[in-house]
Design a protein around this ligand. Sequence first.
Ligand code: T1G
Length: 686
Amino acid sequence: MSSSVSVANEGGVAIVTIDNPPVNALSFHVREPLMQALAALRDDASVAAIVIACAGRTFVAGADITEFGKPMQHPELRAIVAVLEAIAKPTVAAIQGTALGGGLELALGCHFRVADQGARLGLPEVKLGILPGGGGTVRLPRLVGAAKALKMIVSGTPIGADEAYGAGLVDAVFEGDLTTHVVNFVREMARKGGPFTPVRDRDDVIKETDLAAFDAEVADLARKARGLEAPVACAQAVRNAVTLPFDEALAEERALFVKLVASDQSRAQRHLFFAEREAAKLPGKDVVKRRIARVGVIGAGTMGGGIAMAFANGGFPVTLLETSQEALRRGLATIEKNYTVSVARGSLSEDAKRQRLAQFKGTVDHADLADCDLIVEAAFEDMAVKKEIFGKLDAVARPGAILATNTSYLDIDEIAASTSRPQDVLGLHFFSPANVMKLLEIVRAEKTAPDALATVVDLARRIGKVAVVVGVCHGFVGNRMLAARGSESEALLLEGATPSQIDKAFTDFGWPMGPFQMGDLAGLDIGWRNRKARGLTAVIADTLCEQGRFGQKTGRGFYLYENGSRMPVPDPEVEALIRGKAAEKGIVPRTIGADEIIERTLYPLINEGAKILEEGIAARASDIDVVWVNGYGFPVGKGGPMFWAGLEGAARIVGRLRYWHERTGKNVFKPAPLLERMAETGSWQV
Ligand code: T1G
């Protein structure tokens, strides 16, 4: 037997153990010995039953994603499942940790599945731009029904052991030592005697499918796919499970898988899977991380409250400081309301709400932060205010406490210099709403100590955030590139494009919404305040703000929002305002197509990313992709701005930037040297 697969025999029950750290992926060096073991055990008369188990923290987490795009090495998972499923002896999968993708498909090849209490089971392939390719789309519906299978496969979201048991996906859930339980379980099954029906032959649940309701759900999913092919293919494959004979449906699944796995969208989403994990890796040797037991948050407003919730949700006690009891009361009330809304939505239990609220301690006295190991400042975006706060923190925080600012733009080196401990100062730039948005830009200041940085990178993972380490500059990575993306927005309006046309070019590209709809959602007054603080103007947006048109919150912004609706309605008044301002500037409006809109917004975005890489503000091009997908909604099917530059063609981007630079003289169009090198080499390597 190989080191990746071993077989033990416990009184006639064969236990096949897969051992392929860290997540027992079904790599080739697992598949080959696994196939051999199953075939041998099938023919071994002394074996009465077979258990498939995994060593380590988790059951099989799927196919080995690193093998995609390389020549297939047989046996494939499908062949293994076919052999497994044809075994007449009782077979059972013992699931701890996660059974995902090919791991769950392997388990579906068994007669039975048992799980420990903390297990999670799912088919997340859609998040990689593919679909379950090991028979999951045809077997899962036969256990849980077509509707639930559709939801699981199209969302890619795993379910817990109890839910899986209730749905018929697992046959027993155990606490404690799974192996002992599972051997007893399968012995009992063998004692009861067969025949043991393989999942492929169980058609009773499928037969109950309400196809009309199913098709309505599929149509709704297709509308929400935003150009992604995998969700639509997943739905089609599950429908095939209902309407086609098993083997035909299996063949259709294979055909869809082969097509998707070769697609740019899947390459983009697999790129993001590894990019997120790379982003959390720090250069140099591992350092001992500091202990974080209690977190302090300064400011209980929108950002501070959201940040406090993010840590409480991650199980950390939080001390929340405000400037007055009234502000503190308001902040805590908002936090409680947010949890109440989650309970009403069914995404949080009452018990969990109570546990999380119990994590909070409120104060107006900085001295109460003395026992905090990390303090996050989320006060007003003003350098003088922040320097004053950090001066106080320097006096009260315990030695070794990490002092973080949530600033979106300001110079953290300057903030650090206002303390006697710059080595403990860094930026934790959360994105609003901080308790929801995944991205966390961790800003490494010039003197930030390596162990402080490593501590917060690890902490980000513990609170479910996607961390990207960035350097100090105005706007760090995300907001600096956002400014470049928006630099032409006003010009496009004045030259003849309407807000709707620009937003549609973005949504047709795959963005959840365009820049003007986003501005109305966030509040136009935020950008207005920033511009005034920096002595900048935006003639259209400033005028709208002067008229009190801040967006959704005032019912009017670039669009109208009638009767409190969030649906944007084009406003003739705004279009007249734009035409009037254009006339004042002697600009004759013209028709502007989507291609030009993309060239004058997304190409500058990529160009700024290239400058950020050259300056060392981001360590990797893939880090920039992680920022934009997790913080700004860049379409996952395009892999992020820097990955997409490769799909779009860097040479084309450089050519068009040169054209716009010559036509407008604007620096935002001047191609960055690294982008020009990338156009020649195909690499973002600085
Ligand atoms: N293949 C290869 N490497 C993988 C992997 C996989 N499936 N899953 C994780 N890794 C690596 C990961 O890159 C990291 O490497 C290390 O393992 C720890 O991962 C036929 C075709 C299981 C929930 O999509 O969701 O099956 O950075 O940091 O936070 O139909 O890993 O250390 O070098 O994420 O504890 C479907 C993907 C595949 C599951 C654990 N399965 N993995 O999370 O650790 S396609 C998935 C996860 C498929 C079949 C189809 C998570 C996890 P490194 P980690 P974690």
